[in-house]
Write a new protein. Structure first.
Length: 223
């Protein structure tokens, strides 16, 4: 029982250790427009291109006038975040694969028109943008693990199929053994019967040999 609880506790610790936390923070980051206050999201994903595509699709839903990709930095001109008002917002974003455990780093800054959004000066705007980036990062992380779950499920299905095939083979082999043992038993019984028949035939052969010898003796005595 102690071993059981120790094992369960260990599994719970492992589950906690592997829990995936999406990190979203505010920092000063470098862009083509210089160093600016920005939102940084770090999360799990293995496909940088897919992240860029999905992020581009998300910001395009806010109807920017133009989208430009400059050396790995996406620029969205005059996006309309109507929840924040009628003013347009320029969005600069960089997606980087950190090369560690399928980790992605998304860095975004928002030009409100003369000033870049920061937590100290634009708490309402930054709260909105942080939630947007966080929701995006969480969705991408879940998509990432959806793919991982599908891969693991396929692998498990293949292993289960292989196990089932091996179990089926074993049943067939066990049946063969039963059949072979039954044939061996019948053959052994037949051998014993044949031994008795052989002894009977030996006696009959001996008697017949005497008959033959007697006939030959009479034949040779004819004159």
């Amino acid at each position: 029982m102690k071993l059981f609880y120790t094992t369960v506790f260990s599994l719970l610790l492992c589950a906690a250790a592997f829990a995936q936390k999406v990190e979203v923070s505010e920092s000063s980051e470098s862009f083509s427009v210089g160093r600016q206050p920005a939102i940084v999201a770090v999360f799990q994903h293995s496909d940088k291109d897919k992240i860029e595509k999905e992020w581009k699709s998300l910001i395009k839903s806010f109807k920017p006038d133009d989208v430009n990709d400059k050396k790995g930095e996406y620029f969205f001109d005059n996006a309309k975040f109507t929840s924040l008002g009628n003013n347009t917002v320029d969005v600069h974003s960089i997606v980087m694969a950190k090369g560690k455990d399928d980790e992605i780093r998304l860095t975004v800054c928002f030009d409100l028109g003369g000033a870049y959004a920061s937590g100290s000066s634009h708490s309402k705007e930054m709260s909105y943008f942080k939630n947007m980036v966080k929701d995006f990062a969480v969705k991408m992380t879940k998509d990432h693990y959806d793919d991982k779950v599908k891969e693991a499920s396929k692998a498990l299905t293949k292993l289960n199929d292989k196990q089932a095939d091996l179990e089926k083979d074993n049943k067939g082999l066990e049946k063969d053994i039963v059949d072979y043992n039954d044939r061996i038993k019948k053959s052994q019984e037949k051998i014993e019967l044949n031994k008795k028949e052989i002894e009977t035939k030996k006696t009959e052969v001996g008697a017949q040999q005497k008959v033959l010898d007697g006939l030959k003796s009479k034949q040779s005595s004819v004159n």
